[in-house]
Design a protein around this ligand. Structure first.
Ligand SMILES: [Zn+2]
Length: 661
């Protein structure tokens, strides 16, 4: 797997381009540490009509699966959402203070798809007395809200039933817990709904027939798989998804139609062979101007790293920006041949990576409202090696990040004016370029040792994702400083040294700044964060590239030697590649336990107080564009219009089909 990149935890600097001033609202509101930002897809209006209609059907297929992810993430999510949305849409007579707190909580619930922080995996709660929620539910029901009541149940009894989920931090405290401590089980310590009543011990000797797309449950002492497919678990949602995919077929290019047909087949059967056939067909549809990721894809939510979380993402190609990143892909073999790893771990023949700059139209489930900025799929290592992969940069997401952030951040964490000025001048360029190298070259590079026959995921287990992200980051950090990059015109030769310095400085700073996202506890769960923490702390321990400095009660990570930084990156990359290629679980675990998982709580508290003083967000939820079809008198779609709701609640209630009072 090799998946979605989170945005650089430090907000990206303003773009250096001289585009006409964009006066549209990007930043809409901030709820605690979460910013809400509008996403724009400006290229949509210029698309040919058949592509717009294709997108319209794929958009509906993406939204049709949204509730699958709610249910996967927490078994109580949909009922909790129904209670919250019932109250918010029927509020007359609820005390203003109570309603304000329910609104705050519900917005965070929507952004994170349930009561768990997307970055820390930890639970957040409603700051009310349960009696106040009971009164609110009772009033809403009297106003006409349809609550998820059992037969004869009162709204107050309903709230009492869900009180532990809304109010008690000790009940189901984490959605995913890969390091629960000695003697505790990673599945039992994780509150997600990918397993029920199953521990790791129950799975010993069990070979899953549907590893990616089933929930595993234990009933009467027996372990069963509930398959996600038509006629299986999530039948209703999947049936709707498939009907929209079928409607899309006539508008797709031949290769893309083959991919969609294969996807439909996989949704029908759930079989592993059909999943592989779909992955292959999807990679082979490299020429389609419109594309979708729809299915059970990323495995971060599963502590075992096996079960796929559902997501729906629809996008179209931005041809101009694509031209530039295809340059990287065209030279992929040169980069592979020059990887600073043992030659036996390099690919003699790099398979095509289709690199594309895209504009996202909608993201639901695992990819929205919190979105990646780059994605590289499929995750199946064997298919990647044999057929290649597709890598996309979500250019309108990156742009929305840039437009919605300010300078305050860099002032707070850069050591001096020179570092600040470099970040401002080159930060966006350097960040975008390293993200592209990470996606286009990083994940696709390297190969397994000749005698290793099983996928690296099976050997590296819960360490795999963080290790793979580290590997891709290290490839990017190594090659961004390579003169070859200037030789092929991707970086101005005269500025390369300064750009590299900017990137290395930002990378070092980020290990400090990202601690703001882990407000509780003293360990990091999220794999991209583990990877970034591990690389910087390994460099701190093993090289002289970075210094920890203090001034006026503030801590700084200052990159002081770019050559030492790159040399360290090469050494660590050689080791990380060895760990992946040989499946050395013990070494992976030691790397992350030593450098990536644990951190100093006092330092975190310092960072949190610094960002709070500036009221800076830790993460962002996006409001998606909205599509509306235009029909003729016979009900045929003759056009599709795009608009921008600019309000999180409006969009979330519309997606749920919850009407306002
Ligand atoms: Zn990645």
């Amino acid at each position: 797997m090799s998946p979605s990149e989170l945005p650089d935890p430090a907000p990206r600097p303003a773009a250096v381009s001289t585009d006409a001033v964009d006066e549209r609202p990007y930043r809409l509101e901030q709820i605690d540490e979460a910013a809400v930002v509008q996403l724009y897809a400006d290229g949509f209006v210029a698309l040919p009509l058949d592509q717009k209609i294709l997108i319209w059907h794929l958009y509906q297929a993406a939204l049709a699966g949204r509730d699958i992810y709610y249910d996967q993430r927490y078994a109580h999510n949909l009922a909790m959402r129904a209670i919250l949305e019932g109250i918010l849409t029927h509020p007359d007579g609820i005390p203003a203070g109570v309603l304000a707190e329910i609104t705050r909580y519900t917005k965070l619930f929507w952004i994170n798809t349930g009561p768990y922080n997307n970055l820390t995996a930890r639970k957040f709660v409603l700051r009310l007395d349960p009696a106040q929620l009971a009164v609110a539910a009772t009033v809403a029901e009297a106003n006409g809200a349809r609550l998820p009541l059992e037969d004869g149940e009162t709204p107050a009894a309903l709230v009492a039933r869900y009180a532990p989920m809304f109010f008690d931090l000790t009940v189901d405290p984490m959605v995913t817990n890969k390091t629960p401590g000695e003697g505790r089980d990673i599945l039992e310590a994780s509150a997600n709904n990918l397993y029920e009543g199953v521990s790791m011990a129950d799975l010993e000797g069990v070979e899953e027939r549907y590893p990616l797309n089933s929930r595993v449950v234990k009933r009467d002492g027996q372990v069963h798989e509930e398959v996600y497919r038509i006629g299986g678990r999530y039948d209703a949602e999947i049936t709707r998804i498939v009907s929209h995919l079928r409607a899309a077929l006539p508008y797709a290019t031949p290769s893309f139609a083959r991919a969609l047909t294969a996807l439909i087949r996989w949704y029908e059967t759930g079989e592993e062979d059909d999943r592989q056939a779909f992955d292959i067909a999807w990679v082979q549809a490299g020429d389609t101007p419109v594309d979708t990721m729809n299915g059970f894809i990323e495995v971060y939510m599963d502590a075992r790293g096996i079960k796929g979380a559902w997501e729906g993402l629809v996008y179209f190609v931005n041809p101009e920006k694509t031209r530039k990143i295809r340059q990287l892909a065209e030279h992929a073999q040169w980069f592979e041949d020059h990887l600073p790893v043992e030659p036996r771990f390099r690919k003699p023949q790099v398979q095509g990576v289709t690199a594309t700059a895209i504009e996202v139209v909608v993201e639901a489930g695992d990819s929205g409202p919190i979105t990646p900025i780059g994605v590289n799929l499929p995750n199946d290592q064997r298919i990647r090696e044999e057929y290649g992969s597709k890598s996309v940069s979500l250019t309108n997401v990156t742009e929305a990040y840039e437009k919605s952030t300010t300078d305050d951040f860099r002032h707070e964490f850069t050591w001096d004016e020179a570092e600040f000025a470099r970040a401002k001048r080159w930060g966006a360029f350097a960040g975008e370029l390293t993200t592209e190298i990470h996606e286009v070259l990083g994940h696709g590079s390297g190969r397994m040792a000749a005698d290793v026959r099983v996928p690296p995921q099976d050997l590296l287990k819960e360490q795999y994702s963080a290790l793979e992200e580290s590997r891709a980051d290290l490839v990017a950090l190594y090659f961004v400083a390579d003169p070859y990059l200037a030789a092929i015109g991707l970086i101005p030769a005269g500025d390369q040294a300064e750009i590299v310095q900017t990137e290395y400085e930002a990378y070092a700073r980020n290990a400090l700044v990202q601690l703001r996202r882990v407000r509780e506890g003293t360990q990091i769960e999220e794999d991209h964060m583990r990877n970034r923490q591990a690389i910087v702390h390994w460099l701190l321990a093993q090289t002289s590239a970075i210094e920890v400095r203090r001034r006026e009660g503030r801590t700084y990570y200052v990159m002081v030697d770019a050559a030492a930084f790159r040399d360290g990156v090469a050494r660590l990359l050689a080791e990380v590649q060895r760990i992946k290629s040989t499946g050395d679980y013990a070494a992976a675990r030691a790397l992350f336990e030593t450098y990536g998982v644990h951190f100093d709580a006092a330092l975190r508290d310092e960072v949190v107080s610094r960002v709070d003083r500036l009221n800076l967000p830790s993460y962002t939820g996006f409001v998606m564009p909205k599509l509306t079809p235009v029909h003729d008198a016979d009900g045929v779609v003759i056009d599709v219009e795009i608009s921008y709701p600019r309000d999180l609640a409006t969009q979330m209630l519309e997606y749920s089909g919850a009407a306002r009072h």
